[in-house]
Design a protein around this ligand. Structure first.
Ligand SMILES: NC(=O)C1=CN([C@@H]2O[C@H](COP(=O)(O)OP(=O)(O)OC[C@H]3O[C@@H](n4cnc5c(N)ncnc54)[C@H](OP(=O)(O)O)[C@@H]3O)[C@@H](O)[C@H]2O)C=CC1
Ligand SMILES: Nc1nc(=O)c2c([nH]1)NC[C@@H]1CN(c3ccc(C(=O)N[C@@H](CCC(=O)O)C(=O)O)cc3)C=[N+]21
Ligand SMILES: [Mg+2]
Length: 305
């Protein structure tokens, strides 16, 4: 399950793997309902009307409802003040029916993103973006309460496909706080030897070529070419780039950071875009929310039983 292959690499079916995770989660949610009379709750906050953000938020809320969790929606106008957003976060922090809080990024320019993310209770930080959770992710022997969803989804794909990590060379393309950096830290925890390349790296190609595991998260359409890939490598493509395509009704097409057609001929495993990492990000968000709820339900002082 979760893959197909005719020529070249095994194509990792992230959508199918995410669906089976959704089923596992739905079972646990119904167990919680039967035993505690409560379900996990996920609050998704969106500020403004960016089309891509609205699409992603809609997908998250739908997935949440489908597994039987409670979805709490906070929709604020693009000109909402920082104080207004903070007030909503505080209210969600105090709400016993909320176990996860996600503030969709990017926030409008006038809002200090760091200030908002710092305000989310670490017990409800299902994105894993709070500096305390990130800090623990980077430290040996420390366990964050939540691991960021996209990086966790990348690792989950490797684990479920039984792709070895320990002792392997991994190269991460990109070093953002939400993808590149945390995925590199996670691969390090799983005992890969990790390099990070970025926009000032002089020869990305030759470094990527040495990797047994490539994580592409640069936000550059089809930047990683077939001849960058070591034969047999695992290629995980995080990129979601919209490129113009006059043959499509919408006038655009979604592509990854990897030239899929070329790389598939060389790689051992590869994720498609769409249908690879994207669905796993949502599955991990639900998993984090479930974990947060289970921690809350097992606390005696949480008296909302
Ligand atoms: N599928 C999913 O669930 C998700 C997908 N994404 C997608 O992943 C991609 C990355 O997202 P995000 O991390 O937020 O992006 P950012 O723009 O925040 O970071 C991009 C990173 O890539 C590096 N970079 C940019 N150009 C190059 C280049 N030519 N060569 C090498 N490195 C380069 C940048 O380097 P520097 O630091 O020097 O600027 C930066 O570290 C995007 O396409 C995004 O849409 C993001 C989140 C979730
Ligand atoms: N606080 C916060 N947390 C995030 O996790 C977060 C965020 N902000 N801002 C934006 C990025 C992006 N992101 C994606 C999630 C799912 C898909 C996804 O499911 N994509 C589908 C395709 C969707 C389509 O067709 O457009 C796929 O790849 O198959 C993509 C991207 C989460 N992000
Ligand atoms: Mg970004």
């Amino acid at each position: 399950m979760g893959s197909s292959s005719c020529e070249g690499a095994v194509v990792i079916d992230g959508k199918a793997i995410a669906n089976s995770i959704h089923q596992e989660i739905a079972q646990e949610v119904s167990y919680l309902w039967n035993n505690y009379g409560r379900v996990p709750g996920l609050a998704v906050v969106i500020v403004g009307d960016r089309k891509d953000s609205q699409t992603y938020v809609r997908m998250k809320r739908k997935a949440c409802t489908e597994v039987g969790m409670k979805s709490i929606s906070v929709d604020l106008p693009g000109d909402a003040s920082e104080e207004t957003i903070l007030d909503h976060v505080m209210e969600l922090n105090a709400d016993p029916e909320v176990h996860g809080i996600l503030v969709q990024l990017p926030l409008p320019k006038h809002v200090n993103e760091e200030r908002i993310l710092n305000a989310i209770s670490i017990e409800k930080d299902v994105d894993g973006f709070h500096p305390l959770n990130i800090g623990k992710l980077c430290m040996k022997g420390r366990e964050p309460l939540f691991v960021p969803c996209t990086p966790k989804g990348c690792i989950e794909l490797l684990l479920r496909m039984e792709i070895p990590i320990k002792g392997k060379r991994a190269v991460v393309v990109g070093r953002s706080n939400i993808v590149g950096l945390p995925v590199a830290m996670l691969l390090n925890k799983y005992d890969a030897t990790v390099s990070i390349v970025h926009s000032s790296t002089t020869d990305c190609k030759s470094l990527v070529k040495e990797a047994d595991i490539v994580i592409a998260a640069a936000g550059q359409a089809e930047m990683v070419k077939g001849d960058w890939i070591k034969p047999g490598a695992a290629v995980i493509d995080v990129g979601t780039n919209y490129v113009k395509d006059p043959t499509k009704k919408s006038g655009q097409r979604l592509v990854g950071d990897v030239d899929f057609t070329e790389a598939k001929k060389v790689a051992g495993w590869i994720t498609p875009v769409p249908g690879g990492v994207g669905p796993m990000t949502i599955a991990m968000l639900l998993k984090n929310t479930l974990e947060g709820a289970k921690r809350a339900f097992s606390q005696p002082e949480d008296s909302n039983a």
